[in-house]
Design a binder for this molecule. Structure first.
Ligand SMILES: NC(=O)c1ccc[n+]([C@@H]2O[C@H](COP(=O)([O-])OP(=O)(O)OC[C@H]3O[C@@H](n4cnc5c(N)ncnc54)[C@H](O)[C@@H]3O)[C@@H](O)[C@H]2O)c1
Length: 483
């Protein structure tokens, strides 16, 4: 079974009328992958429509062509999106190739909707309603056999491509959601363990080998805490580490998984809003050094991310506010007022946005930079502050204000956007040393040759990264955040 589409094709299977071609095109666009539609390719190659091929060569002749084409596409190296015809899964060869080379998504549709969409068309297998309904039942078993996940929407497909499950109550299904059958070490923030640990342990059942508690907050990301965790683990190569907590748990636990015995599988179970919309997703793991945050780390994509929005019920209000800054950031990047949605839909949309950016750029070589919207300023304010003042979320809120104001001045962004940031996040000016904050911008990883490289917005939904502006404009924007 495939866990994600990082190094695999995404293959779309499903009954006629399910919308595979449309979903395939949308998915290709958001994942920046070539899209192959097998039916369209056959029509182009033969210069005939599918009904004509059926008529001249019979279903058998059509299937022979379909298998040869799909086989070739699934055998190609560059991960792409492949939309298969409804009957392609009848072939043993195709089913085998899907298992070897693709993450297979079953685009689900109910039979009534499918019939409404295709009745009256020239599709050879949609001429008789009774036969159509019978075929639907027969095929369902084959789709279920090959599918790694069942999807209906683009959001579903992106989440599945990243190995993310978003579902209220998912923690109770943790045992079945941890891939494989090996043993599990549960690593949890001490505080979270006290609230949700029992549910997780019960769900893991007899797969649970050990439980490890980390101190809450950044202390969990110290070298000493990481070393203690490694010393305590008693896992084998085929076992899995499950991290239950916010970013201060998933970061070091994921890093422990990346390095223990040269790398074992891990499952991320984020419990904060920051974790569910950001930190628990995308495979960046790491710890802090005395000289700086996140200075040691690894890319180690979780075998699964289990996002249970119900866990947010116990989250203190201050932690929720921290997360809302990232939610607003994501909404601005996606060009949708995601912040207006209820928790489950909000978390799904943000997780899907982060997933799609990370799937395009898993090793942070370029496009993933957009996720830093507002963060150059935020990091500078945090570096110039002391004792967690401003907090990361407060600093991001201010950073979004600066980035959107600069976008208005230099890229023509609508002035209503920074006003919206003010309304949504009510950022408060901070009392930090201006020179220290400015010096921190110069040290930022994204600064080159003393010129800060910013993420700005042409419009909501259209971020641009690596934007260079005159230093005095950036300095003025930073100064405007400091009281
Ligand atoms: N890897 C990434 O891509 C990435 C992205 C963003 C942030 N991060 C990292 O994430 C860290 C911040 O993570 P965070 O904001 O999740 O903070 P956190 O992990 O420190 O959690 C915040 C607090 O909330 C408590 N808590 C967590 N879940 C709870 C729940 N469901 N109910 C009640 N209390 C709960 C914790 O005990 C803790 O005291 C930073 O170190 C940052 O560098 C990583």
């Amino acid at each position: 079974m495939a866990l994600n589409a990082l190094d695999r094709h995404v293959a779309l299977v499903g009954f006629m009328g399910a919308g595979k071609s449309t979903l395939g095109r949308e998915l290709g666009e958001v994942l920046d992958r070539t899209v192959w539609d097998v039916d369209e390719m056959l029509e182009r190659a033969t210069k005939q429509s599918i009904p004509q091929i059926f008529e001249q060569e019979g279903e058998e002749g059509f299937r022979r062509r379909e298998v040869a084409t799909a086989d070739g596409l699934l055998g190609s190296d560059a991960p792409s999106v492949v939309s298969l015809g409804g009957g392609a899964v009848k072939s043993d060869r195709i089913r085998k190739r899907l298992g070897e080379r693709a993450l297979t998504l079953w685009v689900a549709v109910d039979v009534d909707t499918a019939w409404e969409r295709v009745k009256g068309s020239d599709r050879p297998l949609a001429q008789d309603e009774v036969a159509f309904r019978q075929l639907y039942d027969e095929r369902a078993a084959l789709y279920a056999e090959v599918a790694d996940a069942r999807v209906r929407t683009l959001e579903d497909a992106v989440l599945a491509a990243a190995g993310i499950v978003v579902e209220a109550g998912a923690l109770e299904r943790l045992g079945e959601l941890v891939p494989g059958s090996g043993r599990v070490a549960l690593v949890a923030d001490r505080h979270v363990a006290g609230i949700w640990g029992a549910v997780a342990q019960t769900a893991l059942g007899n797969r649970l080998a050990s439980v490890h508690e980390l101190p809450p907050g950044e202390e969990a990301k110290s070298v000493a805490s990481y070393q203690r965790l490694l010393e305590d683990l008693r896992l084998e190569r085929g076992d899995t580490l499950v991290a239950l907590g916010g970013g201060c748990t998933t970061d070091p636990a994921g890093f422990a998984a990346a390095t223990y015995m040269r790398g074992i599988a891990w499952v991320s179970v984020p419990t904060t809003l920051v974790g569910q919309v950001d930190a628990g997703i995308g495979g960046k793991t790491g710890i802090n050094l005395a000289s700086g945050k996140n200075l040691v780390g690894a890319f180690h994509w979780p075998a699964r991310v289990v996002v249970d929005p119900a866990l947010l019920q116990s989250l203190p209000e201050q932690q929720r506010r921290e997360g809302m800054a990232e939610v607003v950031k994501t909404g601005l990047l996606a060009g949708q007022p995601i912040w207006e949605r209820d928790d489950e839909r909000l978390v799904r949309a943000c997780a899907a946005y982060k997933a799609r950016v990370c799937l395009r750029d898993p090793r942070d070589k370029g496009q993933r930079n957009v996720l830093n919207l507002g963060h150059t300023f935020a990091h500078a304010l945090e570096a110039a502050g002391a004792y967690g003042k401003p907090s990361h979320g407060e600093a991001v809120a201010l950073g979004l204000l600066a980035a959107t104001r600069l976008s208005v001045e230099h890229l023509g962004l609508d002035a209503s956007v920074p006003a919206q940031v003010e309304t949504l996040l009510a950022p408060q000016l901070v009392a930090v040393d201006r020179e220290r904050a400015w010096a921190a911008i110069a040290r930022d990883k994204k600064t080159e040759g003393g010129v800060p490289r910013l993420v700005l917005l042409d419009a909501p939904g259209s971020p641009r990264y690596g934007v260079e502006l005159p230093s005095d404009a950036v300095r003025a924007a930073l100064d405007s955040l400091i009281s």
